[in-house]
Design a protein around this ligand. Structure first.
Ligand code: GDP
Length: 698
């Protein structure tokens, strides 16, 4: 018997998560005005003081209480499944949690319809499912705004609806005509078919009067009334006479109540003849009534679930082609796709790509160095002065025997050393690291993960973790392996030829860019105006008037910014003519065909150095960083997504995508229906064997 009810309670709780009025198995809803003894009744049933107390304590959220009988258990245990709090044995703590949960509802809202779920397991409790309903009575009494009253009423009405059973608590020392619990239950259950009347405090009136109340015909209830004493008076004979009432609590209070009730009812046995009294009998009655009404609800619920299941299955088939999906599957699929894509990346993004990436970067550095060390004169007025002292780049192309020219030797040596000592280890490692991070970002954007900000972030974190772990050691290794180039560089003819071609290409591109900037400048200012200011500046240059104050009114009415633009234009023109000169020299001069003439062709030589540094760096980067990344990144993904994420987080992740959310929820609903159906079927089967058994026995 007991187990059947428990199974039905399980089914009830299962169905409770579905927001569907037709799919409800009954529960017992407890109502009573303040001080009617409602809390005392619930605590006498549970055998523990667990409800928050205090003169101002009004329940603000429904408490859904599941009681599970555990005959073998040594202690009473409470749990709040929604809060993931299990195995609580300290009921003062339970009381405190309930108080906090209640107080979390803002006073202005008065109540919340979100129920608090609590399960208590104890050898003393029967298998029951009870709801402590908030504030019904407040509606009648308090002067709250209409809207709030309606809200409270709506919430209560939903709980008081069939098939739920109403436990209406009234105190014996108050006229039943004034019982707000009975008034409320009569509205929800006018024929009194689902209501059990509980009359508390029968010790406060004389037994005759109590019996009259319990057997009254004025407010008939089919399930009748039960008289109880749920609190022992301050001093009682019930085994706790030594203690004042305030001094006892918890289990002691329960024992005192049980003893007092027992002896009081025993003493007045004759007066109470023909009535139902005592918390023990109340518990029995509740169990019986609940089991019966649950059993009666099973068949209709089964039918309703079947209908819903059919509809859900159809929808599942049409919309999702019966494809099973759970949050875990969705996550695993996505991570697998990402891993596959990373594998493909390891073929595509390997040495060759890395090489051109790093070479491009070094090409830019080489161009910067050339601009800084070689292509810098004569560009503006002030530097032009120095050009008188220092050899001019034009001279370089014209020198016939450069071997003697220490100036150009030193220049190339210094520039080469700037290139090899600029921190290639760090530059190349960051370059590859950033490029890989970008590639991974692109991969993610090609999967469904792009719809999940949290996951996107986690993937990028995983990549950063793996790359970060190797960053410094790789940078050091690369720096070490290019060390020889800091001292000596041997270049082969083949390499020289390739670098010559690349230099020509780079110079050509540099000319194009320079030209573009110059034309843009012209467009912005207007060709004529630019020409005017340029001519003015060039005239000044010819006059060697270098200390002109351009801000003075003598500057022919040109604004300082126009003068600046004019200087930029001259700079660009100079740079262009210089680049063109170098372009034709590097491309056509016989000198540039031979590596021996490196001092005259710094562009080619520096390119050759950059190529060598690139090849060597990439060799190490490939082993140190890339191979390590392709090996460890998938493992890090597993760590981040499967080891570190909780079930809830995975679910939250999957449901970020509305379509996936729908798919998963439909599947969950289907699973839940199937599960509930099979449970109901097994209970129905037991019931059937029981009835046929009884028939046979008869
Ligand atoms: P609630 O406000 O409806 O939850 O009522 P409580 O359970 O807090 O009880 C209100 C008061 O009545 C408390 O002081 C209880 O001690 C007292 N009380 C409750 N049940 C009984 C009873 O059966 N007999 C007596 N004498 N007092 C009771």
């Amino acid at each position: 018997m007991l187990n059947l009810t428990r199974q039905m309670i399980e089914i009830r709780n299962l169905l409770a998560s579905i927001d569907h009025d037709g799919l409800r198995l009954p529960s017992i809803v407890v109502i009573g005005s303040q001080s009617s003894g409602k809390s005392s009744v619930l605590e006498a049933i549970v055998g523990q003081e667990f409800l928050p107390k205090g003169s101002n304590m009004v329940t603000r959220r429904p408490i859904e209480l599941t009681l599970i009988n555990t005959p073998e258990a040594a202690a009473d245990v409470a749990e709040f499944p929604a809060l993931k709090m299990h195995n609580l044995t300290d009921f003062e703590q339970v009381q405190k949690i309930l108080l906090d949960l209640n107080l979390a509802v803002p006073e202005k809202d008065c109540i919340s319809s979100d129920p608090i779920q609590i399960t208590i397991r104890s050898p003393r409790v029967p298998d029951l499912s009870l709801v402590d309903l908030p504030g019904y009575i407040q509606v009648e009494a308090a002067d709250q705004p209409l809207e709030l009253k309606q809200k409270i009423r709506k919430l209560c009405d939903r709980y008081l609806e069939a098939p739920n059973i109403i436990l209406a608590i009234s105190a014996a020392d108050v006229d039943l005509a004034n019982s707000s619990a009975l008034r409320a239950s009569r509205t929800a259950d006018p024929r009194g078919e689902r209501t059990i009347g509980v009359v508390t405090k029968i010790d406060l009136v004389d037994p005759e009067r109590a019996t009259k109340i319990l057997t009254n015909k004025k407010y008939p209830l089919r399930m009748g009334y039960v008289g109880v004493i749920t609190k022992a008076p301050p001093t009682s004979k019930g085994g706790s006479g030594l203690f004042s009432r305030k001094a006892i609590s918890g289990y002691q209070a329960y024992v005192a109540q049980q003893n007092f009730e027992h002896s009081y009812l025993k003493e007045n046995k004759e007066d109470f003849y023909g009535t139902t009294t005592g918390t023990r009998n109340l518990k029995k009655k509740l169990m019986k009534v609940l089991e019966k009404s649950m059993a009666a609800s099973l068949a209709p619920t089964h039918l309703a679930i079947q209908q819903d299941l059919e509809e859900t299955s159809y929808q599942f088939k049409v919309e999702f082609n019966d494809r099973p999906l759970t949050p875990e599957m969705y996550l695993a699929n996505n991570i697998d796709m990402l891993k596959l894509a990373t594998k493909d990346l390891s073929h595509e993004f390997s040495r060759r790509e890395l090489k051109s990436l790093l070479k491009n970067e070094l090409d830019q550095k080489v161009l910067d160095l050339l601009a800084e060390r070689y292509w810098n004169k004569p560009f503006n007025l002030k530097q032009n002065q120095n050009a008188l002292v220092e050899p001019n780049l034009k001279e370089l192309s014209q020198i016939t025997n450069i071997d003697d020219d220490i100036y150009w030797h030193k220049k190339l040596d210094l520039t080469t050393s700037s290139l090899t000592k600029m921190g290639v280890g760090r530059i190349s490692t960051s370059l590859v690291t950033n490029a890989l991070l970008k590639e991974i970002e692109n991969l993610v954007d090609n999967t469904q993960l792009k719809n999940h900000p949290m996951a996107k972030n986690a993937v990028s974190e995983a990549a950063k973790t793996v790359l970060g772990a190797k960053y410094y050691s790789t940078a050091d290794q690369v720096e070490n392996c290019i060390k020889p180039y800091k001292y000596e560089i041997e270049i082969e003819d083949r390499e020289w030829q390739a670098s010559k071609e690349n230099s020509v290409r780079l110079l050509k591109e540099e000319i194009r860019q320079c030209d573009e900037v110059y034309n843009n400048l012209k467009k912005q200012i207007g060709g004529r105006k630019l020409q005017q200011v340029v001519s003015y500046l060039e005239r000044l240059k010819q006059q060697q008037t270098t200390d002109v104050d351009f801000n003075s009114p003598e500057a022919l009415g040109f604004s300082p910014s126009l003068i600046q633009r004019g200087q930029d234009a001259i700079f660009l023109k100079d740079r262009l003519s210089l680049l063109k000169m170098r372009y034709s020299f590097v491309k056509n001069s016989k000198k540039c065909k031979k590596k021996e003439n490196k001092y005259q062709c710094p562009e080619i030589f520096l390119d050759a150095v950059a190529s060598k540094v690139t090849s060597t760096s990439i060799l190490f980067l490939n082993v140190e960083l890339l191979s390590d990344f392709y090996y460890n990144f998938p493992r890090e993904l597993d760590m981040k997504f499967f080891n570190n994420l909780s079930k809830e987080e995975i679910e939250k992740f999957a449901k970020e995508d509305p379509r996936i959310k729908k798919h998963i929820e439909l599947q969950e609903r289907k699973d839940l229906y199937e599960n509930a159906l099979s449970k109901i079927e097994s209970v129905l089967a037991i019931q059937r064997t029981k009835t046929t058994g009884i028939v046979k026995n008869e």
